[in-house]
Write a protein that binds this ligand. Sequence first.
Ligand code: SF4
Length: 337
Amino acid sequence: MNAPALSPVSPEALYQKLSPLDEVGYGMEACERYSREIAEILRLKDERKAIILAHNYQRPEIFEVADFIGDSLELARKAKEVRDAEIIVFCGVHFMAETAKVMNPGRMVLIPDLRAGCSLADAVTAEALADRKAELKEIYPDLKVVSYVNCTADVKALSDACCTSANAVKVVNAIDSENILFLPDQNLANYVQGQTSKRIISWDGNCYVHHQITPAEVNRVKSSIPGIKVIAHPECRKDVLTLADAVLSTSAMVRYARESEADKFLIVTECGLSDRLLMEVPEKHFYKTCKLCRFMKMITLSGTLDSLRNLRYEIELPEDVRDGARRALDRMLELSA
Ligand code: SF4
């Protein structure tokens, strides 16, 4: 989503907007600080010819300085299109910032905090993938590797195609093989297996945020709020997905909530998305599972300000890794077109 034209915001206006999202404590004091930081970020963004891309799971105050907010696929496409800006500040996790660099190598790509990793991306290394691929090729000579974008650039470079949660089924069905090594998310792999006749061999990884959500939590909300629609992310476990009215990527969740005739939704994914919905669709009611991604939340306004001020931390990738990852990402865009 393109953010509305950005301008500094007063502490009072910020307090009005953010204080209903009270579980993280948006007091007046915090809003005064945010207001000063937002003004300085917008000034520096202009001076440095920078653009800020933010993932749906970011903190609500980050949305105040973002030029574009979206899911992994939308952010990859947006990064590719950046022409006028010289710098991309990526408010998301490390593998996403790497993807921005792969899609637009001519731009300086910065991430405000190098600790912003991902449990899924950490579940697979290029070495482990190379070994497993060689082993499986002996059994399935036509084997193809489809990697969910939540992995490092060197893992992408060893893959035949990437996919996102929005296009995983489409990519798997379109790729020319009956045997697919799908990585790193076992839950997304299980979901895809339910939608295709191809053989899916999954990797043993998961997103620690989605994997901890249980059917009991979802059932508790369903039974206490009649008529509530449950929308779940495919990174959730299978026993949770079977309780959902719709299984969607984060941006498809936003569209679904806007367009549905229902007015009450349980959003079964990381909490940042519910905050975005509460701010953008105030006429409807959103309930959340209260699961925060500690990696996503490492990105703060003060870190973003520091990143722009001191031009850190720059994402750099060897050319062969960049080229290999680009091939797998382009293949995804082709197969899912
Ligand atoms: S929510 Fe899960 S998949 Fe997304 S960055 Fe956090 S750990 Fe990784």
